[in-house]
Design a protein around this ligand. Structure first.
Ligand code: ADP
Length: 486
């Protein structure tokens, strides 16, 4: 149970004012969570975590060196002996407890997620945090039912799972990774991304509070070097990575020839396909949600729009009008639709792509947005007049930038949609169920949404084809990455 009673009583205020940060406890300095304790990093090095909406420092975060990773892996290895033997029902109780504690502290988590990462509070409050709790609930339920998940097979946990997560859905990605690992009897060393460590560290506090045996989950902070130390550690048995395709390729090379089990969830360039028989107004909302949700920092974002030629003019007109109404600004304001770009580095990447798009002859459209003074801001952006060979059509931008193309026939749009190195997500908008089923067979994407986009559920597997990675997270499939068969 949380010691802070105020947090239980907090309710959401739906006024126009920004969400209050009262009662939100943020320390000046955060340590590493190793073997059930918060410990100082061996090299005494810390880095700053910044509020991307005003560039102000929020807190200092410990940087884990390879010595610290050695300690975390040793703790996880030691804990594995008894944790893996604990009956599933008992493991499940701890996971349920973690889920409930996240729910109890939901407001605190949501505010910190938006402060540290820049995403609109509406999204952290209604999507990220509830879904993170749901993942723990869902996998807690599997802990004592593994014989039903894998009938007639004897399954064993893999061992120590090294988990490296990105900055776009920090708490949710931690939940995606930790919950199935614990349910199957593994122990964990998890590293959040360097720009968004805070909610993972808050999760460490909850894990401590839940009474989970020491060393079962270790949370270490740092950047790429710290991540590489986990990947290359000889006593880590499994790597689960979500992040860029570039780093994913490095990890695949680094683990080649070792006994490490590997799952990779990498980049994407999702096709969002609007047929002439679609409900146009709903489709326009769907386009906005597909690309502008979380500032477009979404690996499965619908960043390529394909509109059937006969409705292209009306769809684009309605889309432009809708974009005029989007509010870009303070992530803690409940009216905000598009928050701050997560880091100055990512903002530069996005701006570079916008320049590339212009140089390639794309026709840009951006509404007139008023941005707050400081911080990392980017207007929602459309590119018309682009074609398959353009870099902004082929490469992942990871920002609020949509490349629009038109098509005439199903065959044409399938060919265009599949013509990227990625294969993570797609969306199809049509009144005809048969068309949706036809396309789900033909689109090379791990997830195909029908008349919706960016909908997530713990029961549903998620993952990619081609350069979007391999392995599935979520659902029954998500257990597979954490077990081995006798
Ligand atoms: P982005 O480029 O969008 O920041 P990354 O793929 O670099 O995404 O980051 C995803 C996660 O991978 C982060 O936690 C980051 O610290 C980590 N990371 C970066 N480089 C490496 C590496 N060489 N080995 C392991 N992890 C890494």
């Amino acid at each position: 149970m949380s010691k802070d009673k105020n947090i239980f009583k907090a309710t959401w205020a739906y006024a126009d004012a920004p969400e209050s940060t009262d009662h939100i406890k943020i320390k000046k300095q955060y340590e590493l969570f190793i073997d059930g304790e918060f410990v100082k990093p061996s090299k005494k090095k810390y880095f700053d975590t910044i509020d991307p909406s005003n560039q102000k420092k929020i807190a200092s975060i410990a940087e884990a060196s390879s010595d610290d990773i050695d300690k975390a892996v040793a703790a996880a290895n030691k804990a594995f002996t008894s944790w893996s033997k604990l009956p599933g029902k008992e493991r499940g109780k701890y996971i349920f407890r973690i889920a409930r504690l996240i729910q109890e502290r939901a407001r605190e988590f949501a505010v910190i997620e938006s402060l540290d990462g820049g995403k609109p509070i509406r999204e952290s409050r209604d999507i990220d945090i509830p879904l993170a709790a749901s993942h723990f609930f869902y996998y807690a339920g599997w802990a004592d039912k593994l014989e039903y998940a894998f009938p007639n097979r004897k399954v064993k946990p893999v061992g120590v799972a090294g988990q490296i997560i990105p900055w776009n859905f920090p708490l949710l990605m931690a939940a995606w990774k930790i919950a199935p690992a614990l349910a199957t009897g593994n122990t964990v060393v998890l590293k959040p991304a360097e720009t968004t460590s805070l909610t993972a560290l808050k999760l460490a506090e909850i894990i401590e509070e839940s009474g989970l045996p020491k060393g079962v989950v270790n949370i270490v902070t740092g950047a790429g070097e710290t991540g590489a130390a986990i990947v290359n550690h000889p006593d880590v048995d499994k790597i689960a990575f979500t992040g860029s395709t570039g780093v994913g390729k490095y990890i695949q090379k680094a683990t080649a020839g070792t006994a490490k089990k590997l799952t990779l969830e990498l980049g994407g360039k999702g096709a969002n396909i609007i047929f002439e028989d679609a409900a146009i107004d709903q489709a326009v909302e769907g386009i906005v949600n597909a690309i502008f949700f979380n500032q477009g920092h979404v690996c499965c974002a619908g960043s390529r729009l394909f509109v059937q030629e006969s409705v292209a003019d009306v769809v684009i007109q309605k889309l432009k009008s809708r974009m005029e109404t989007l509010i870009v600004g303070n992530p803690l304001d409940k009216n905000t639709d598009i928050g701050a770009i997560n880091s100055a580095k990512q903002l530069k990447t996005i701006k570079d792509y916008i320049k590339i798009g212009l140089n390639e002859g794309g026709e840009i459209y951006q509404p007139n947005c008023k941005f707050p003074k400081n911080g990392n801001w980017c207007a929602p952006t459309l590119f018309l007049n682009v074609s398959q060979s353009h870099r902004i059509v082929q490469e992942e931008i990871f920002g609020p930038v949509l490349a629009v193309q038109t098509f005439r026939t199903i065959d044409e749009v399938v060919e265009k949609a599949n013509n990227t190195p990625f294969g993570l997500s797609a969306g199809v908008w049509t009144q005809k169920g048969s068309k949706i089923f036809n396309l789900t067979q033909r689109l090379n994407a791990g997830v195909v949404w029908g008349n919706t986009f960016n909908k997530f559920d713990p029961t549903s597997p998620f993952g990619g084809y081609k350069e979007s990675g391999f392995g599935r997270e979520g659902g029954l499939h998500g257990l597979r990455g954490y077990v081995k068969f006798d």
